[in-house]
Structure formats: structure tokens, C-alpha cells
Design a protein around this ligand. Sequence first.
Ligand code: PLP
Length: 357
Amino acid sequence: MRQATVTINRDALQYNLNRVKQLAPKAKIVSMVKANAYGHGLENSLSALAQSDAFGVACLEEAIEIRQLGFNQPVTLIEGVFSEDEMQIVLDNHFECMIHHQQQLDWLRQYKTQYQEKKLKVWVKLNSGMNRLGFKFPEIINVIQSLKADGFECVLAMHFANADSDDHPMNEQQKQQFLQVREACAPILCSCCNSAAIIKWPELHFDYVRPGVMLYGASPFADRSVHDLDLKPVMTFSAEIIALNHIHTGEKVGYGSTVTAEKEMDIAIVSIGYGDGYPRAYVSPNTVVVNDQTVNLFGRVSMDMMSIDVTGLNASIGDAVELWGEQRLVDDVAKANGTIGYELLCRLSNRPVRIVK
Ligand SMILES: Cc1ncc(COP(=O)(O)O)c(C=O)c1O
């Protein structure tokens, strides 16, 4: 059988959730499980994240799956509903909506009695400069005050555009705006921290934190690894060597013949490619791990295979190759490919076999 596997380590997921609890002991934890739990598989991840206070997803379909899997924690739809007919499903399943535009407010008001009877909170999104979703300042103050006057319990929510950057001026601007709205709407529940903000700004944890990538053992920062942050990689993506070729000086490898041997080389062919979700075009030297040794990719990644330089190693057909995991961090693979760990985790295809530990 072709070996291409994604192994999910639920102990690591649980460990990372406990790290969030240590970092934000007073806040409730809304574990972000959107996009199939950042590519880790919703079912596998929910059981390891069962001690979360709530879950966060991007749409109704993802939220419904949580209920179908038997998890009854509160679920926040971070983009709210996309049409009025979704409101009844929200109520039937006890989901909580983010509200970020007037139409959603109108829809909510139509279902006011049921929403309030079920004691569901309304998450109201502040657009403090990211200019993606939300009401701007000071309009949001009126929105929240009228919701409160109508008997809704609100959570003021905001998302940082640059929490991963230490000195971006937008951070201070967004913080100040959030605090201003919080004061104007007091008393109000508050939530503004994703992974980077949880780690950097304990003073902003407030009532709910919303960790995503850190739960899965990838780093939100370009310059701090998961090891620096005391987090554990949850996913191991691996394959195996399916062929070995000895090539002579001047011979080329792979599509486009983009690489040429400058010496005698041993090239191993590995059972993984972009059809599995491994990125094709690396922008700087990229490596994998074979028998605890770090080795370079050699030539282009194709749909089902890649070639690696195992010159001088005792590599054999059948040897396991770690594409990312504990030894080769997904964030480092991402850097070599000009992207972020988040993207690599989310965009794996269905082809690799999933194994849950
Ligand atoms: C509203 C919101 N909160 C929290 C998160 C989690 O972010 P991270 O994965 O960086 O922790 C996201 C992710 O995109 C988000 O959109």
C-alpha cells in the first residue's frame, strides 16, 4: 500500500489546550475548530479538546457537525449566519452568532424571544482597523447599547490584524479602540485574543480567549518556534521511500529538469506529492527527515512523488520520511515555501491515510 499518512496525536492536542489554560487561567476557552480543526479532523480533535468551554467555527455546517458528533458545548459562529433561514437552525442547536452587519441584526431581532429564552449570547464584532468584518467605532456602541436595552447578553469581540508582530502600530490602535468600546458599553463580556494575543497580552484575556493554531502545535510567530512556546506538534505528515536512484555528475532529476547533479548522488523517491497537499514550489532550500537525518529535496515536487538527496546515508526502500511533525516543524516547511503553517495544515488533501493516536 502506498504510504502517505497524517497522524494526529491527541495527547499533544490536550497538552496544548492545557498550555492555553495555564496562560489564560481566568478566561473561558473557545477552541477554534473551523476548517476541519485546522486540517486535523473535527472528530479526532473534539475528543481531545472536550475540556474547552466552547468551540468556534466559520459556518453553520461546521457547527452542526459538532452537534452530530455529540458535543454540547456552546458554539460560536464567528461570521454569524449568512441568511435569515439559518436563524432557526441556530436556535434549534443552541449556537451563538457573531453579528457584524445590520442585516444580521435585523434577522436576530426577528428571533429575539427564542434567542433570549435559550440564554444565547450575541457576539458583536468590532472592526477596529482590520477592515474585514464588524461595526466601526463609534457606531458599535449604539449597536451594543440597543441590543442590551432589548434584553440581549452581548460579548464584544475583536480580531487583531497583526498580533504576530511585536511593533506594528495597528496593535495599539486596535487595543485602544477595543478598550474604549468596552468602557462605553460596561458591563460587557469581552473577547479579543487569538493565539498570538493570548501569548503576548495577558491583560487582554478578559472573558473568552479564542486559540486556534497554538492548539495544533504550530506557532503564530515567525520568530518563535513551538518548542520556544512549550507547545507540541499535533500532526505528523509522513511517507516512505519507494525507489532509489544512483545518478552521475550532469544528470538531472524531475519535471523541468531543474536540478543537475554536481557529483555522484543517491536520490530517493518518496511517496508524497502535491496531490497529498505537500506544497510544490519551494522558495528556499527545503528538507525532510529520514532516519533522524535532515535531507534536502532535490528537484520539483510532482503530484504523487518527490525526490530527495540521500547521498551518503544508508537509506533503503521502505524507510519512513517525515515531511512535517516533531522533527521537521510545519512552520519551517511553510517558511521554505513562502507561506504559513496554518495554510499547510488546512490544505492537505483527503488522500493521505488518517491515523489517530
Ligand atoms: C475571529 C477569530 N478568532 C480566533 C482565531 C484563531 O486565530 P489563531 O489560529 O491565530 O489562534 C481566528 C482565526 O482565524 C479568527 O478568525
